[in-house]
Design a protein around this ligand. Structure first.
Ligand SMILES: [Zn+2]
Length: 315
């Protein structure tokens, strides 16, 4: 259950978690519970604890995440049009790319947590042969209707006929209660020398310190663990990867959401302003135009908001 304290071990190195005495509430959907954050006394991982049970998490995802619910609307058509345009590539160049949407290449690719397949369309256009892994049936059905091969197993139960050249975990790892197993299974389904591309929030971010409990990337209870350069390195090296490239990005959308949460989020109430496209869009433009020096500084000095990693399987 959410409030028992039995599950208080680090999910990467299984050492003891020390309570940071930091009560957090959900700033997006209005979930009433309070959640604790702790730090591993060995590897330094910061994570929610006690861990929510799998059943609790499943129920919370079904209640709060609108999988497959935005297809065919005017908004979704406009969004899909923008995502396939060169203006989007320009925006990613200026604002940072945390979903690997500006990368070109070749070979087979598995997008873990592919949702409705929007990224798959982009990866295909950019030269890859993408497939998706998606547990939610509604989202998987939407992605399948776009013409992609979508697998609906847990990654630990997934045994593809052919291994992949590349696995993408774009804003996925932080949701996992068993990240070591996830990375181990990624290694299993990769060809020798294959790569995993990972993006996830950076717990060392200056914005985490500025916004405190309102930092949008706490995202309790859905974000289980909060990684840094160091803890991500430990996780990947332990499972036979070495990092080829690590950089940081600070998307204006994330800072916008942290700001909106800071001013409007109240425990137990959904923050409706996070879903106001006019407010969010204008704040994103404002931040990109006027805050770029501090965002750039953060990215180049290890305190940006998102870690973006390419790692290669060593065997
Ligand atoms: Zn640890």
């Amino acid at each position: 259950m959410l409030n028992n304290r039995d599950h208080n071990k680090c999910i990467v190195c299984f050492d003891k978690i020390e309570d940071l005495n930091f009560n957090l509430f959900d700033t997006r959907f209005g979930i009433k519970n309070l959640y604790q954050i702790g730090k591993c006394s060995n590897c330094g991982l910061i994570q929610i604890f006690p861990l929510p049970s799998e059943d609790d998490l499943k129920a919370l995802y079904e209640e709060n995440y609108n999988f497959g619910g935005e297809s065919g609307t005017v908004y979704s058509r406009l969004r899909d049009h923008f995502l396939s345009s060169s203006a989007y590539l320009l925006w990613l160049f200026l604002d940072g790319d945390v979903s690997f949407h500006s990368y070109f290449g070749s070979g087979s690719l598995l997008d873990v947590g592919c949702n409705e397949g929007r990224s798959l369309l982009i990866y295909k256009k950019h030269g890859f042969r993408p497939e998706g892994l998606e547990l939610n049936e509604k989202a998987a059905a939407v992605a399948t209707a776009k013409g992609f091969k979508i697998h609906t197993e847990l990654i630990e139960d997934f045994y593809p006929e052919e291994k992949y050249d590349l696995v993408v975990l774009a804003n996925v790892l932080e949701h996992s209660t068993r990240p070591t197993e996830m990375i181990r299974h990624v290694a299993r389904i990769l060809n020798p020398g294959g790569q995993v591309w990972i993006s996830c929030p950076n717990v060392e971010s200056w914005q985490r310190k500025l916004f405190g409990r309102y930092w949008i990337n706490w995202h309790v209870p859905f974000h289980i663990a909060h990684y840094s350069n160091k803890t991500l390195n430990i996780l990947l090296m332990d499972e036979g990867f070495h990092i080829e490239d690590i950089r940081q990005e600070s998307p204006s959308a994330w800072m916008t959401q942290s700001l909106i949460a800071r001013f409007y989020a109240k425990r137990g109430k959904p923050t409706k302003k996070l879903r106001n496209p006019l407010l969010v869009g204008s704040m994103m433009l404002f931040i990109r135009l006027f805050c770029f020096p501090i965002l750039w500084f953060g990215n180049h000095f290890g305190i940006g908001d998102c870690l973006v990693v390419k790692a290669k399987k060593d065997f």
